[in-house]
Design a protein around this ligand. Structure first.
Ligand code: SAM
Length: 191
């Protein structure tokens, strides 16, 4: 089994996720290279970030819906080293039930597109209530988990760093082969 780094933080709640300084620092320290912050919101990170948000209120680099932005980057052949995903609560449901049957939810569609904008040593950081959102089915392994205890009646927040299983980080520098993420797993991407 791979080693997973655990961090436990105590930090009172804030309006914006990255207004929690310890959590923001953890995210910055677990990012590398060119960072795509796909649900950027208000708080700027101390990394080389490209900020996308469907709202123009906090002046992102690109005002666009997340799935549309990913499709644009794929079309342009644009790649990043880290993707940060801090979606609104309503989007965190990966599977939704419709007339008794499950269909793929909005956030899952976004997760499916993310590997296609990642460079070889790609990292994905999710903020939410789950670990392993990218999962082995998309070719990723959990490398670090940060649990934030907010106290009071608030749920904990989980930060999760997943790394590509074809990256040098995962393979301990034993391989420099390039494998197309699209060849890994069997997941739905509708064009
Ligand atoms: C949870 S907040 C992110 C907060 C940010 N990490 C921070 O701490 O400042 C979610 C952000 O996602 C944006 N958003 C919601 N749905 C979106 C979508 N489908 N595509 C792009 N941005 C979206 C909202 O406008 C909001 O700014």
């Amino acid at each position: 089994m791979e080693d997973i780094e655990f961090t436990y933080l105590k930090q009172g709640p804030a309006r914006w996720t990255f207004e929690m300084p310890f959590l923001r620092k953890w995210v910055e320290e677990h990012s590398h290279g060119k960072v795509l912050n796909l649900f950027a919101g208000k708080v700027r990170l101390n990394v080389d970030e490209y900020r996308v948000d469907m709202s123009s209120e906090y002046k992102p680099d690109l005002t666009m819906e997340a799935e549309m932005a990913l499709r644009k980057f794929i079309k342009e052949g644009r790649f990043f080293d880290t993707v940060i995903l801090d979606p609104p609560y309503s989007m965190r449901m990966a599977r939704e039930k419709y007339q008794g049957r499950y269909y793929i939810g909005k956030f899952a569609k976004i997760l499916n597109l993310v590997p296609r904008v990642l460079n070889k040593n790609g990292i994905v950081i999710t903020l939410g209530y789950k670990t392993g959102e990218m999962s082995a089915s998309r070719g990723f392994a959990v490398r670090a988990i940060c649990i934030v205890h907010q106290g009071g009646g608030h749920d904990d927040i989980i930060g999760c760093q997943e790394i590509s299983m074809i990256s040098d980080y995962y393979l301990n520098g034993t391989s420099s082969r390039w494998v197309n993420h699209e060849d890994i797993g069997n997941f739905e991407v509708d064009e």
